[in-house]
Design a protein around this ligand. Structure first.
Ligand SMILES: [Zn+2]
Length: 139
């Protein structure tokens, strides 16, 4: 399984992972270890930047949505790596990462940084999800 940081993890490969239209986007991205290193915490900012709701069904994504999702995965994972991890997690030495999470347990009480709307927190598929109902509508 190619790491999402690798060259082999390109858009063609990414699209080939979408084998079940009934999955929700969260089920696709963050369960069954389909994408190594992409977990529930990382998922939130990826979907926020891609403007996709975590409960959205894969079948409802347009080609453009899928492209934005791919670009967002590459972008967010690179930023987290370059900043030594997320500010919500600590490394082996107890130091928090420098990547400032957009949506997390640290930030969800703040308004959406794009539209100023309310961020929703819900339990979904074994972990909390955070999303903006305006920027990430559930179609
Ligand atoms: Zn918003």
């Amino acid at each position: 399984m190619p790491s999402p940081y690798s060259q082999e993890f390109d858009e063609t490969y990414f699209l080939s992972l979408m084998t079940n239209e009934k999955w929700s986007v969260k089920a696709f991205l963050a369960t069954d270890q389909r994408i190594p290193g992409l977990g529930n915490g990382t998922l939130q900012d990826i979907l926020f930047r891609a403007k996709i709701n975590p409960k959205c069904k894969m079948a409802s994504l347009t080609e453009e949505d899928k492209h934005r999702l791919f670009v967002s995965i590459k972008h967010v994972l690179a930023e987290i790596r370059d900043n030594g991890g997320r500010d919500t997690e600590k490394d082996l030495f107890g130091e928090a990462g420098q990547y400032q999470t957009i949506l997390s347990q640290k930030t969800f009480k703040n308004p959406c940084p794009v539209c100023g709307g309310e961020i929703v927190k819900q339990a979904y598929l074994g972990g909390s999800i955070y999303y903006c109902i305006h920027c990430q509508p559930l179609e």
